[in-house]
Design a protein around this ligand. Sequence first.
Ligand SMILES: Nc1ncnc2c1ncn2[C@@H]1O[C@H](COP(=O)(O)OP(=O)(O)OP(=O)(O)O)[C@@H](O)[C@H]1O
Length: 297
Amino acid sequence: MSVIEFNAVSKRYGGITALDNVSLALGEHRITGLLGRNGAGKSTFMSIATARSFASEGRVRVFGENPYENSGVLDRVCFIGENQTYPQAHKVRHVLDGARIAFPLWDENLARELVDAFGLLTGQLVRKLSRGQRSAVGVIVGLASRAPLTFFDEPYLGLDAVARQLFYDRLVADYGEHPRTIVLSTHLIDEVADLIEHVVVLDHGRVMIDSDADSLRGSAVVVSGPRAAVESFATDHEVLQREDLGGFARMTIRGASADHARQQGLTLEPVSLQQLVVRATTAAGTAPDHTPERVAS
Ligand SMILES: Nc1ncnc2c1ncn2[C@@H]1O[C@H](COP(=O)(O)OP(=O)(O)OP(=O)(O)O)[C@@H](O)[C@H]1O
């Protein structure tokens, strides 16, 4: 079942097209990485999927229904943005109290554990927390909500590397025990590469990649060795990137057979998700009428 379905959805702000004819179906019980450059349309996508703004055109379905003013849908959705704001007088405990009421599947024990793990105190005023600590409050709400559809839109402004790792570890552990649909938008692709199962890359409001993460990772390899041998190997393949280093060459090649490369004495390395995303979004500007890359779903 698709939890989110966008069918030819566009969103325009005056002369700016933030989403351009986006068609996507995100299945349930997956962690999807929503990736793309600044201004690509990621927040706009999440804003429409959470019924905080209207599409200019197209059809949106969440849990199979129109999400607008639909409490049956929205009660199952949690959105954590990069800049959550809280009332001035609120303490951490008030935020948790509000979330307990808002989210039917709220897990108070998990919330308390996470408060400890992030080094917070429930009696602290949220406005006196550091930037990273405020982000931790958002992350705690997002995880403990156990919402069947949870969005994290760059949730970790100011969170240090240790706290971000804590978020990733707890996300994976809790998701393992309580599978749900999670959409995580981030620019820290290398950090999340191992935890995302599905990848959606937007660029200039369009879908550039909509793919299972493993298939995407396996879709290309980096081959290096003597230049003539690499050139010869690359002849019948699509070369995504090349570096010439004197008599040596290093190429990122799509659809290459690893065994064949090894037989020719070439060195193989996997391509990182970040490299694939960078490649997809740098090539995008030159391909206005592209077809989204859908490796497998
Ligand atoms: N409320 C708005 N009014 C006018 N333009 C907007 C509005 N919201 C977004 N935009 C524009 O729509 C485009 C997509 O913005 P969006 O915030 O969705 O991108 P993003 O991928 O989330 O970017 P970032 O990674 O920088 O957060 C941008 O060109 C942005 O300037």
